[in-house]
Ligand binder design. Structure first.
Ligand code: XIL
Length: 524
C-alpha cells in the first residue's frame, strides 16, 4: 500500500477507533490494569484468570456491586469458584442444576456474562473424586451399595457428556479431575485418593473421564489439577507420572489423550520461588516432556488478626513479602512457553476461602477488602508490563536498524544511527505504580518523548518537551516473539509509535501489524 493510502486508511481507522471503542482506547485511573498488560502477552492474552462465586458476580441481593466491574476490568479469564463442580450441578441421576453456571457461560445458544464482556472461561472441575460433601455428589455416595460398576461408568459418561457438552466451545480449558492424589503414600498407583469412583472403576476412571470429556468437546484443553505439587516431592512425581500415563492412552476417536498439569499454588510466605529450585524443576520437567501447565488457584496466605473473612494482616510488612511471592510465581509462569494460564483463587481479600479453611490466616489475594491494589497487585502489574530494565537504549526501526529515533529540539525524526549522538540515547524509566515507561533523550536535558494530546489523527504527533505530570509522556512497551517491541502511548493502547518507511517523521498511528510499527530497543 502506498504511504498516502496507508495514512488515509490510518486516519479512517483512528476515527473509527475513537468513535467505537473509547473505553478500550482510553484508560483512566492511576494504574494501567492487569488485563491491559496481559493482553500484550501471548501466554496471558485470554488466560489471566480469577475464580469468583457466582452470587457475588451477579450481585445477588446487592451482595457485591463492585465485583463484576472489577473482574471485567482486571482479568481476561474467569472461573466459577464452586458452581461448575459436580456436587453443585449433579443433583441426581439425570438431574442437573445449571442456573449459576449458565449465568457465567450462557445456556446453549445464549451468551453468558463472560463472553458478553470478552472474558474467557476456565472450567473447574469435571470430576472432584473425593467423598467430602463439596466433591462427589451426596446422592451418589448414599446409593453406593446399589450402584454396579457398569452403572457407575454410565453415570460418569452421562454426567460428563452433559456438563462438558452443554458448554462446548465456551470453555477453553477444563480441569478434567481435581485433587485425585492423596496427601500421603497409600499403596495404589499414583497414590490415588480412595473415593466412590476408584472403588467402582479402579484407576481407569481417570482415563474414562478424559475420554468422555474429549468426546463432549474435542477442542477443550484438559488439566489434572492438584495442590502441594508446586515445589517437587512425592505428590508432584505422582501427578507427573499420572499425566504421562494418561497421555499414553487413547480417546474414543483413537486420537491420543492429551492432558496438562494444573498447579493450584495455595502457598505461604515462606515458599520462595526462584530459578534452580523445586518450583522451577517441576515446570522444567513438564517443558522437557511437552506438557503444558497452568497456575490455577494462586493465593499467598498470611497471618491475620480477625476471624473470617480474614482481612486484616497481623503484620503489615507481610504484604511486601507477599508481593514478592506473587512476583516470583508470575515471573516463573511468564518465562516458560508451556505455561497456558495464570489464575488467582479469588479477586480480593473480601471474598476468599482461605480464612475458612486455614485458621488465623487470610488476606491472600492481590487486592484488599476495599478493592485497593496491594503490593502483590503492583508486583503482577510490573511483571506483566515491564519487559526491559531501566537503562539507556537506542530506539531503532526494526525494518532498518541503521536508523534511530532522534530528538531534534522539540521534534523527533529518524536519522542514521551514531553511537556518539546524545539525542539518540533514550533513557527508559519504568514506573511500577503506573505500569508505564517514560523515554528521555540525553539532550535536550530534562525533556521527554511525548504525544500530542488529544490523541486524534492528524494531531497525534510526537514531541520532545520538558517532563510534566501528564500521561501523554507515558508509554507501554510491548514485547513480541520476534524480539522487536511495540511502543504504545499509555492513553491509547490500540495505537503505536510508527515509522512509515518513506517518511523520516515517526508518529503515532493505529497499530496494524505493519513493519513500521516495531522497534528494536538496543541497550547502549
Ligand atoms: C473451595 C472454594 O473456594 C470454597 O468456597 C468451597 O467451600 C470449597 O472449595 N482447591 C480447589 C477448589 O480446587 O475447588 C477449592 O475451592 C479450594 C482448594
Amino acid at each position: 500500500m502506498s504511504v498516502g493510502r496507508r495514512i488515509g486508511a490510518l486516519a479512517a481507522g483512528l476515527l473509527l477507533t475513537s468513535l467505537l471503542c473509547p473505553a478500550e482506547a482510553q484508560t483512566t485511573g492511576s494504574r494501567i490494569g492487569l488485563k491491559n498488560l496481559a493482553r500484550n502477552r501471548v501466554s496471558f492474552f485470554d488466560r489471566l484468570g480469577v475464580a469468583v462465586p457466582m452470587d457475588r458476580l451477579q450481585n445477588a441481593g446487592g451482595i457485591d456491586p463492585q465485583l463484576a466491574p472489577f473482574v471485567a476490568a482486571e482479568y481476561s479469564m474467569v472461573s466459577c469458584e464452586n458452581e461448575l463442580k459436580p456436587a453443585w450441578i449433579w443433583t441426581g441421576p439425570g438431574s442437573y442444576d445449571t442456573a449459576a453456571a449458565d449465568f457465567l457461560l450462557g445456556a446453549p445458544g445464549r451468551t453468558g456474562w463472560a463472553r458478553a464482556r470478552g472474558l474467557a472461561v476456565r472450567g473447574h472441575t469435571v470430576m472432584y473424586p473425593r467423598d467430602q460433601t463439596f466433591c462427589n455428589p451426596r446422592w451418589l455416595l448414599d446409593n453406593e451399595s446399589t450402584i454396579t460398576p457398569a452403572q457407575a461408568r454410565q453415570y460418569l459418561r452421562d454426567y460428563i457428556s452433559f456438563v462438558v457438552g452443554r458448554y462446548r466451545g465456551k470453555i477453553k480449558s477444563w480441569d478434567v479431575v481435581n485433587e485425585c492424589i492423596a496427601d500421603g503414600p497409600n499403596g495404589n498407583s499414583f497414590d490415588l485418593v480412595d473415593n466412590f469412583w476408584l472403588r467402582k472403576l479402579g484407576r481407569d476412571y481417570l482415563v474414562l473421564a478424559c475420554q468422555f470429556a474429549h468426546e463432549a468437546d474435542p477442542n477443550a484443553e484438559l488439566y489434572v489439577n492438584d495442590y502441594n505439587v508446586e515445589s517437587s516431592g512425592r505428590k508432584a512425581d505422582d501427578q507427573f507420572a499420572l499425566v504421562q500415563w494418561l497421555n499414553s492412552q487413547r480417546n474414543l476417536d483413537n486420537t491420543p489423550i492429551r492432558v496438562g498439569i494444573g498447579l493450584q499454588y495455595h502457598i505461604t510466605l515462606g515458599e520462595t520461588i526462584s530459578p534452580g529450585d523445586g518450583h522451577y524443576a517441576v515446570v522444567q520437567r513438564l517443558a522437557d516432556n511437552g506438557i503444558p501447565f497452568q497456575i490455577t488457584e494462586l493465593d499467598v496466605r498470611i497471618p491475620v488478626l480477625d476471624g473470617p473473612p480474614g482481612i486484616f494482616p497481623a503484620n503489615p510488612a507481610d504484604l511486601v513479602t507477599q508481593g514478592e511471592r506473587y512476583r516470583e510465581a508470575l515471573t516463573m509462569a511468564a518465562s516458560f512457553p508451556n505455561c497456558r494460564g495464570f489464575q488467582t483463587w479469588g479477586a480480593y481479600d473480601g471474598s476468599s476461602w482461605i480464612s475458612y479453611f486455614f485458621g488465623g490466616q487470610g488476606a491472600a489475594l492481590p487486592t484488599d477488602a476495599n478493592y485497593q491494589p496491594k503490593a502483590a497487585y503492583f508486583a503482577m502489574q510490573e511483571v506483566l508490563g515491564r519487559p526491559l530494565s531501566d537503562g539507556v537504549y537506542a530506539v531503532k526501526p526494526n525494518a532498518d536498524r541503521t536508523l534511530a529515533l532522534t530528538a531534534q529540539g522539540s521534534g523527533v525524526r529518524l536519522a542514521r544511527f551514531e553511537t556518539a549522538l546524545p539525542e539518540q540515547r533514550w533513557g527508559l524509566t519504568w514506573s511500577a505504580a503506573r505500569g508505564t515507561y517514560t523515554l528521555a533523550p540525553a539532550t535536550p536535558l530534562g525533556s521527554r518523548l511525548g504525544v500530542d494530546a488529544p490523541l486524534l489523527y492528524p494531531a497525534a504527533s510526537l514531541q520532545v518537551r520538558p517532563a510534566d505530570a501528564t500521561s501523554t509522556q507515558e508509554f507501554v512497551v510491548i514485547p513480541t516473539p520476534s524480539g522487536a517491541f511495540r511502543l504504545a502511548p499509555r492513553n491509547a493502547l490500540t495505537r503505536t509509535l510508527s515509522s512509515p518507511m518513506l517518511l523520516s517523521m515517526p508518529g503515532i498511528y493505529n497499530f496494524d501489524g505493519a513493519p513500521g510499527n516495531f522497534w528494536q530497543l538496543a541497550p547502549l
